[in-house]
Ligand binder design. Sequence first.
Ligand SMILES: Cc1cc2nc3c(=O)[nH]c(=O)nc-3n(C[C@H](O)[C@H](O)[C@H](O)COP(=O)(O)OP(=O)(O)OC[C@H]3O[C@@H](n4cnc5c(N)ncnc54)[C@H](O)[C@@H]3O)c2cc1C
Length: 385
Amino acid sequence: MTAPIVAIVGAGIAGSAAAYALSQRGARVHVFEKFARGHAEGASHGPTRLIRRAYFEHPDYVPLLDRAYAGWDALEDACSDIVFRRTGLMEAGPAESVLVSGILRAAKDYNLPLTELSPADVKAKTPFLNLKSGWVALFEEDGGYLLAEKALTAFQLGAAAAGAHFHWSTPVKGLHRQAGAMTINAGAMRLSVDRIVIAPGPWSNSIFADLELNAPAPIKCAEKAHCWFAAKSLADSRASAPFGVEDETGQMYYGFPDIDGAGVKIGAHYGGADLNEPSDRARAFSSEENDIVTFARDIATGLDAAVLSRAYCLYERSPDGDFIIDRAQEDERISYAVGLSGHGFKFAPLIGQLLADLATDATLPPEAKFLSAARFLSPTPPTAR
Ligand SMILES: Cc1cc2nc3c(=O)[nH]c(=O)nc-3n(C[C@H](O)[C@H](O)[C@H](O)COP(=O)(O)OP(=O)(O)OC[C@H]3O[C@@H](n4cnc5c(N)ncnc54)[C@H](O)[C@@H]3O)c2cc1C
């Protein structure tokens, strides 16, 4: 085939990274995004995302993170800018917590460097935190945070420079599949394409229905809140490492230093307001904010517990919490990445490469096979990892 024409549905971090990878491989790329450039409707907006290698969710992600880390290095080289702040990451909780035990397992399996911190070390790394006595605190030098909106823009500008076309405010509404090319219907456009990449974030269920494709699995959507707090010491809030903390209830909180004078950002990983559709979102106070404020009051005691500002974002959860990256069952020309389940951003360079592989007839590499939709088609449904 001469350079294939590839339509990408969605210009979040997954679709934008796929546009970057595909346009660099010479494909003629059209990205269709239902909202305007820079929108805050999906899952990829906001200033920061954590990145870490000793992956508590499952050690199987570690080889994928090696590729993702290399991808962030390459993106920074290409755009001559910093999108990954390599500050290190402090993570803590009870010894038996999912977080601490999972980090130790991944670090052991892959021989990853990790330092156990004394209470004095914790104070030095994260001065506004006051951890409970007996908790284990670990420091991963290799962790840090991504400047999320800068990373998103870098992928989009890099893709555009390599010839990709971004069609903003252009929702994909339908698809006509013939034996030769397919015709995608987006906004007022009809475009004949060779391949389609679907990267719809929380709109997964509706796009599979609109394109008359079988969804690989139901994706649950939740609205998540995060809040900014003022630190009692501005110097402490700027000098702090980012962190993840699991408390005795099993809730995980994450936070970032004050990077722009907006305050210290804190969010909670589990829960949130479950939605039937992304359009049901309220962008209003939820009980999750109470939990975040309680965490600030009890653990982040170096912060003033009054909320300075808040923002909302959507999670799109797969049934087992693992990403689903594959080709459509009924048409090999269509591939997708869905269910990034609140932890996909750090993998974006890799997800872009995997989607580009699938769109150019390669298969998933062995280390990424566990992300295939095949696990939902097997007689025994997967359990949470
Ligand atoms: C509060 C919060 C904190 C997070 N923290 C972290 C973290 O610390 N580390 C980490 O690695 N990950 C984190 N994540 C997860 C990560 O941000 C997401 O996994 C990732 O951004 C999902 O990207 P996406 O491109 O799949 O989805 P999205 O960013 O939602 O992009 C999908 C895009 O598709 C568009 N679209 C949908 N349907 C159509 C259609 N029919 N036509 C055209 N366009 C369409 C949407 O408008 C949207 O722009 C966090 C997420 C949230 C919400």
